[in-house]
Write a protein that binds this ligand. Structure first.
Ligand code: NAD
Length: 471
């Protein structure tokens, strides 16, 4: 196991932000195992009360957390503020979801007693999370898991340990026992070893498809462990008949480039009718040229910051070069405006003429454009991916949208909204390589507790049935 110190640096400046030792997996799991029965035995009302106090602690830490998120990921401060607000609103969403999705039910019948449905927590849950939303994504698993009565171990991204520490600190200040919400710092090896640890009852993984699939393979021999995989996408946006080209261009740019394209829901493939291609791409280019790329705290505020690391920025630049050297035509060249720092300008490539378009998630500000002249073919192109996270139609009429909605294979399908626009009070999940169909968001309650059905009578009462000899 790698014992090197975990060091988190600010992508925008390269300055060191946080340093710590990798966690001890056995010790962390033991503490969690010992702590969870008492936590699970607390009345639900107590757990909910403590989670609501957590929301207050996050409100108290609003600026501190937003500042940390912005510095640690490089995202603009305004985006980091949105993220903190989403953490706070996640609390009431999860309380409502738990009540609705896991409500107790009793079906009384005088003769047959009671048939009861109740839910139980799994036990110790490993929550393994990415860097792109380092407070919101952990909170989206941890809050519902705690409400359900699980103990959690959060293995945050090695790129965002400082944010995770501060977030968990809010749970502890709210009065939740420290052994019930522990961090485990480390890189991928720590994630793997934690997930397969026999003391872990469930694994809630958000990250790339490649790593999620590898993990799933490792866990296949143990079907009793609940596994939720929230993975990437190769998301399409289809722009069809619309007179509102400037609005369509804004939706394209917001969907493709906000958070420097480092969102699972970002648009990667823009599919456009040839008649709209020239005016739309002119607008998209004009708007992209006006994007302010800068440091999180810059004034005026930037639209997007850097990528998370030089390595990730190098990989994306290589992907851009791959596309243009294999038949893609650059509409906007991707550049590295600040030398060794991971700032990347948005790149746009027309890949219509490419013989084989790689069906991979290019996780950064890189948009591929495809011209298609028929609506059914545009839907087929949208579906020409192994992923199935989200898709959007811009333009068209209600009949077009009905066709798009009915035939598009994705877990989130939007109309005239950015692909990144999601209602928090809705489930969030995908098909194909985008996950294992355990939607999160509102439906996270489903994987944080399991149903137990019970047939119950106050006193034993039974009658011999068929098949006994008469004495
Ligand atoms: P990543 O897969 O590199 O890492 C995610 C986490 O998993 C990190 O904590 C990492 O240390 C750990 N990890 C890596 N390999 C592992 C392994 N083999 N076993 C166990 N743990 C392992 O992802 P990232 O680059 O940090 O984040 C970006 C990815 O996350 C993108 O693919 C994006 O689409 C996806 N994502 C998905 C959602 C969703 O809800 N579907 C949301 C946000 C991000």
């Amino acid at each position: 196991m790698n014992s090197d110190a975990i060091i988190s640096s600010e992508p925008a400046t390269g300055k060191e932000l946080w340093r710590g030792e990798p966690g001890d997996i056995d010790e962390t799991v033991d503490l969690a195992r010992n702590a969870w029965p008492a936590w699970a035995a607390e009345p639900l009302a107590t757990r909910i009360e403590l989670i609501r106090r957590f929301a207050n602690e996050v409100r108290r830490d609003y600026e501190i957390l937003a500042d940390l998120i912005a510095r640690e990921t490089g995202k603009p401060l305004w985006e980091a503020h949105n993220e903190v607000e989403n953490v706070i609103s996640q609390v009431e969403v999860s309380v409502r979801a738990y009540a609705e999705r896991t409500a107790q039910r009793k079906l009384d019948s005088a003769l047959q007693g009671t048939a009861a449905l109740r839910h139980k927590p799994h036990g110790v849950m490993a929550v393994i999370t990415p860097y792109c939303a380092p407070a919101e994504i952990p909170a989206g698993h941890v809050i519902p898991a705690l409400i359900a009565g699980n103990a959690i171990i959060l293995k945050p991204s090695e790129h965002a340990p400082a944010t995770a520490e501060r977030l968990l600190n809010c749970f502890i200040r709210a009065g939740i026992p420290a052994a019930v919400v522990q961090p485990l710092h480390g890189g991928p090896e720590h994630g793997r070893a934690l997930a397969v640890h026999p003391g872990v009852d469930g694994v809630l993984f958000t990250g790339s498809a490649q790593n999620g699939i590898g993990l799933n393979r490792k866990l296949a021999a143990n079907p009793g462990k609940i596994v939720s995989l929230h993975l990437g996408g190769n998301n399409p946006m289809v722009v069809w008949d619309t007179p509102k080209i400037p609005d369509a261009a804004v939706l394209v740019v917001q969907s493709a480039f906000s958070n420097a394209g480092q969102r699972c829901t970002a648009v990667r493939r823009l599919i456009v009718k040839p008649a709209l291609y020239a005016p739309l791409m002119d607008e998209v280019k004009r708007l992209t040229d006006r994007i302010l790329v800068g440091e999180p705290h810059d004034d005026p505020a930037p639209f997007m910051g850097p990528m998370v690391s030089a390595e990730r920025a190098d990989q994306l630049t290589e992907s851009f070069l791959y596309l243009i050297s294999h038949g893609g035509k650059a509409i906007k060249h991707m550049t590295r405006p600040r030398g060794g720092l991971p700032f990347v300008s948005p790149g746009i490539v027309d890949v219509t003429g490419m013989e084989e378009r790689p069906d991979v998630e290019l996780f950064g500000p890189l948009l591929q454009v495809i011209q298609i002249d028929d609506f059914d073919n545009a839907i087929a192109e949208a579906n020409a991916t192994r992923f199935g996270l989200c898709a959007a139609l811009v333009g068209g009429n209600p009949q077009d949208y009905n066709r798009f909605w009915a035939n598009c294979r994705a877990g989130m399908i939007n109309w005239n909204r950015p692909t990144t626009h999601l209602a928090q009070a809705a489930p969030l999940g995908g098909l194909g390589l985008s996950g294992n169909q355990r939607a999160g968001g509102y439906y996270a309650a489903d994987y944080c507790a399991y149903p137990v059905s019970s047939a119950e009578l106050e006193q034993p009462r039974a009658r011999e049935g068929v098949g006994f000899r008469v004495d």
